[in-house]
Design a protein around this ligand. Structure first.
Ligand code: NAG
Ligand code: NAG
Ligand code: NAG
Ligand code: NAG
Length: 330
């Protein structure tokens, strides 16, 4: 049966092609520079920075075209009506259909007030220690922070204390607040440092996150908290991942910081990033802790922080956003 034989060969070749393509997708030819090379490059380029309006507008357009942050960044009644299927972006094949229980928890539409002029995105790297960036950060018009960071008196000078949007990773709620099964009051009280801001949770990214995020929503709503819960829209998160994949960031999952910077580049007129430094040595060759408040390392292989940093540093060099590494001027 020659026909069948031919088909057999064809599928072997097709299979090989797919394998090779997968190989290049997972292990791209592009090589990430070593940490030392990056630090040297940053030291060389650190001095002057010029805002580049063309770059800012280009990236706002690219991100609007791919990901439409204005309409899509959160799950809203407008973009997720009853019956809408939300596909989890962090699971292989799992979805949530918006129903009578979840729909009332969504905000009506995008609640942010435009225009957003100066935005500050604050990562949690130990590079913020003794940076004296607190006043700079607090002067921004819209301040985003990652993963419920502490803003106590000890840190104010370095990280500021104003917040407009803060992300909450369900894993931290699991650890710090026992899944909200017991200590709802501790959770609500510790949220007070963020004032009347938005709390942004990836409720539809992984299956176990959903119940936890709904519980966090109820805990805040029941206590008449000043925070507003926004659920991250999985469609937005996965479109942002695709965007960065096309820009050589090959992570299983992007860091929260990169999602926020992407959001800011799409929404704000000017973006400054603080506390993004995924290396264990600083520009002064002194050790840098992983976070400004502790030195607990994340799971290896999950994120691709140095690759993300290289991309952000390119944007810094072109004047599209500003990265603050090291001390802020007094
Ligand atoms: C400004 O940004 C544009 C778009 O990214 C880029 O082509 C151009 O080289 C940048 N200008 C400077 C001076 O870096
Ligand atoms: C949702 O609520 C509406 C009105 O309250 C009701 O008519 C409808 O049957 C409910 N749908 C489901 C799936 O429970
Ligand atoms: C924030 O910090 C400043 C000092 O930098 C202080 O004056 C102010 O009271 C603080 N605000 C809050 C809400 O803690
Ligand atoms: C909400 O904000 C108001 C005014 O700033 C304050 O009086 C109130 O205590 C806050 N409520 C909570 C639960 O933090």
């Amino acid at each position: 049966m020659p026909g069948r034989c031919y088909r057999g060969k064809l599928s072997v070749w097709a299979g090989l092609c797919v394998l090779v393509l997968c190989w290049f997708y997972i292990f791209p030819v592009y090589r990430v520079p070593s940490d030392k090379e990056i630090v040297e490059e940053v030291l060389r380029q650190r001095g002057v920075w010029h805002k580049n309006q063309t770059g800012i507008e280009l990236y706002r357009k690219l991100l609007t075209d791919c990901c439409n942050p204005r309409r899509m960044f959160a799950v809203t009644k407008e973009n997720s009506p009853l019956g809408k299927v939300l596909w989890y972006d962090g699971e292989f094949y799992y979805s949530h259909t918006v129903n009578n229980e979840t729909y009332p928890l969504f905000v009506q539409g995008n609640p942010l007030k435009f225009p957003l002029k100066k935005c500050a995105v604050v990562g949690n790297s130990g590079i913020l220690r003794r940076s004296k960036c607190g006043r700079h950060i607090d002067q921004a018009d819209f301040i985003m922070r990652c993963n419920l960071p502490p803003l106590s008196k000890d840190y104010v000078a370095d990280v500021g204390n104003r917040t407009h949007l803060v992300t909450a990773n369900p894993s931290i709620i699991e650890k710090r607040f026992q899944n909200l099964l017991w200590s709802r009051k501790a959770f609500v009280d510790s949220m007070k440092v963020y004032g009347p801001s938005y709390i942004y949770m990836p409720a539809f990214s992984m299956k176990p996150c959903t119940d936890l995020s709904l519980r966090a929503h109820y805990a805040l709503a029941d206590s008449a908290s000043n925070l507003t819960m926004l659920f991250a829209n999985p469609e937005f998160l996965s479109s942002v991942s695709k965007f960065w994949k096309a820009h050589s960031v090959h992570a299983r999952r992007l860091s929260t910081g990169l999602y926020l910077i992407s959001l800011a580049l799409g929404l704000c007129e000017e973006v400054t990033a603080y506390g993004f430094w995924p290396f264990s040595v600083g520009l002064d060759e002194q050790p840098v802790s992983h976070h400004y408040y502790d030195n607990i390392l994340p799971y290896k292989w999950f994120h691709a922080m140095p690759e993300e940093f290289v991309q952000l540093w390119q944007l810094h060099k072109s004047g599209t956003l500003r990265m603050r590494v090291g001390q802020c001027p007094p």
